[in-house]
Design a protein around this ligand. Sequence first.
Ligand code: URP
Ligand code: ZN
Ligand code: ZN
Length: 476
Amino acid sequence: MTNPLITVAIRGGTVVNSNWSRPADVLISGNQIAAVVEPGRRGEDRATDFTEIDATGRLVLPGGVDPHCHVGFTSGEYTTRDDYYEATRAAVAGGTTTIVDFAIPRPGEQPLAVAERQREKASDGMCDSALHACVVEWDGTTQGQLEELAHSGIVTVKMFTTYRDETMASPTAILNTMKVLRPLGGLVYVHCESNHLVEDRQEELARSGELSSAHHHQSRSELAELASVSEILALADHAKSPVYFVHQSSAAAVELAIEARKRGVRAFSESVTHHLLIDDSKYSEPNAELYVCCPPLRAKSTVDALTRHLFTGGITTVGSDHCCYDSAQKKSSKDDVRTMPNGLPGVETRLPLLFSHFVIEQQLPIERFVELTSTNPARLNGIYPRKGAILPGSDADISIWSREGSHVLTNTVLHMSTDYTPFEGSIVRGTLEMVLVKGQPAVHQGEFLHPTARGVHVPGEAMSPDPLLGSRGRKP
Ligand code: URP
Ligand code: ZN
Ligand code: ZN
């Protein structure tokens, strides 16, 4: 057998996976990683367009996998401002090389048709993408649609316990979806906020004239989130189904999942960048509407308790929950949180902010950073080890980081299709030096080298009953 022709060699860096890191060189052949070898070993068969990248003193990480990213997302009257090209370009600029978007039906639409339509857009992307389907209403066709989706590589299904008349699903629909997905190796992703508690509080606030963005955090309480998480855990327990909680905003919500895991429920906790880094004091400041997201930002003490679960293992993944509304959209309904567009832009800032705040400032182990932001998201979407790892055969999606350098974050240097970032003025320590997308250097020191669309939809494979377990039955 002939050796693969090596197109790119990344030499001199420390290669980091979720379960090991060591000095090594990465040899790439075309789109894929060919080998991870002892540093300095030469003698590979080189392609004519061979490139050598010096990563001395740098960290060589798998590109980020963002498990929670809304692209061109319509909710109520509003549609987010980006398309696949723009969202993935911003993702790559921030070190993320795979996004997982949602195919969310509008009223009257069916999950399969929406997913098929959304999947077509992957080829507009600068990097690859995967998709979560979404079930809102259960009818006689839903089981067949879920089976067809799973066979075509969409094994994750998002469901909401809130947003009446938009995406809210009944507990029966969630239970049915869990039961159908379990034998298919699928996973239900749930947005948990108990809608009756949210609506009741909103009615109270309406009576006292307190529905503006400044009151958003009061309108969607932590209690409403906890009540919903408890109910969904009971459904998962009953159905013997795994369950993934999106954007858990408080330590108490994560702890419900931890307790359930001790009882044998396979529960996974996602947190998102804004819940880990900013708190509800933003609602007392001017432009509170720019921070309206669901669940809302929480009290500083809650944020501090939540971040501890990054270090102790309670949190499974960190996504962005990217929603690229601009400030005009946010302002247009700022006096009524019931109708305003919720969600924050963040696909580009997720990794640099987490690297800065947690890896550099608080010594989060770099392997855990990779686990949270790349490997576990890939595992829980059935796309590992193609994504989320630096291993022979994995796609050559790579981000190269330095612990040196710092800059002040400002929206003018970002690429997301909006006019603000919720993190304006934050100090970002460390430097994202280079991003490779499927073997091609795409970004160097913030400049695009190849801003070309070359994305594909990455099909998710059926997952094992515990997708975080390695193929040999142990946590790798
Ligand atoms: O506020 C948020 N998170 N908006 C986006 C939709 C969702 O709930 O994920
Ligand atoms: Zn949500
Ligand atoms: Zn979301």
